[in-house]
Design a protein around this ligand. Sequence first.
Ligand SMILES: Cc1ncc(COP(=O)(O)O)c(C=O)c1O
Length: 414
Amino acid sequence: MNPALTKIGAQMSNLTGVRAIMKDIIETLRAGAGKEFINLSAGNPLILPEVEQLWRDCTAQLLASSEYGEVVCRYGSSQGYGPLIEAIADDFNKRYGLKLSDRNILITPGSQSLYFYAANAFGGYTQSGQLKEIVLPLSPDYTGYGGVCLFPEALIAYKPTLDIDFTAHRFKYRPDFNQLSITEKTGCVIFSRPSNPTGNVLSEEEVKKIAALAANYGVPVLIDSAYAPPFPALNFTEMEPVFGDNIIHCMSLSKVGLPGERIGIAIGDEKLINALECFQTNLCIHPSRYGQAIAARAINSGALVEISQKVIRSFYQNKFKILESTLDAAMPKNLPWFLHRGEGAIFAWLWLQDLPVTDWEFYQKLKRVGVIVVPGSTFSRVCRMNGITNSNVCGLALPVVMRKLPLLCNVWQK
Ligand SMILES: Cc1ncc(COP(=O)(O)O)c(C=O)c1O
């Protein structure tokens, strides 16, 4: 049966960004059954033994405690499970000298849902019919933002400026403050730090500048810290979270081994948190509490931060180093290829300047030799882009198997 979809129903049936290309990748893998593919496209975080053990231990403690029945057999507060909220408030107050109370924290079923609430609570049409924009100050950014607003026309992204090191074949994106416009038309600002897909980390100064521009108009700024310290601590360069009156610090436990449990965390001003909490109550009452209960234990014991810094960070940082040295060895010095500086997260972003074919054609050619990447334009198709074309950019996702990288170079040269 073909259901008669509403406008929103039809729009929500469309997959955006990497999710859209995943369909083609899955079909390629199925059609090539038996053929060996090196899949460098979007993937799951890997299961690291120490991380899995942490969650097994926390689960065993929960099962043995009298708390278990309360956690799984009863409804709870829409804001999230009390012991987890308390654990986060205590940890952040001590670690960053904050004065958070439980009213400053909201737990959501994954951080993706948090962006959905925010994009629709702050972006879209006001009661008087004015369109409030959702501003992505530096694109490319996480493609998951592409589908979050019920009014896609609200989403607007800005082209970055480039710092290029020609000799080292490296580059770095920076927000273009000459273009970036945050005004009374802005509903909220969202960016990831460290960034998916580029591995960029906006400097503290850049973050404060964006937050100050937004504060002039009372606009909330959501800093997507899915890869940031204190957990999963997937920063390979020095960085500290930035807090402020109009900043909603957003976290995820997906990259510390709990993607299946769906836990997102928002920290911010009480009124902003309350608006998001009401959205959540209407949508799903509250997130599942089992994952929250084991996370509370891992935060209180200090194990989550320790494993993040000692195991998770070094594992992915090492992968990036291998990728860098492999590219440096395999790619020709005389061609204009540039790898984005790996400042954090679990991806690598490669810019092939003057590529004679589109990124989509390059993607198809690579598939024919058994290598799957994510074409860069996937990231600019998610929203209005203020003129950016990055069809010669290929995002390569980590974790990777490096031995086919020379093939990438051969295909490029042909
Ligand atoms: C930057 C960024 N934000 C948000 C998400 C969504 O994470 P979650 O599993 O918490 O919904 C991801 C997932 O990969 C991500 O990379």
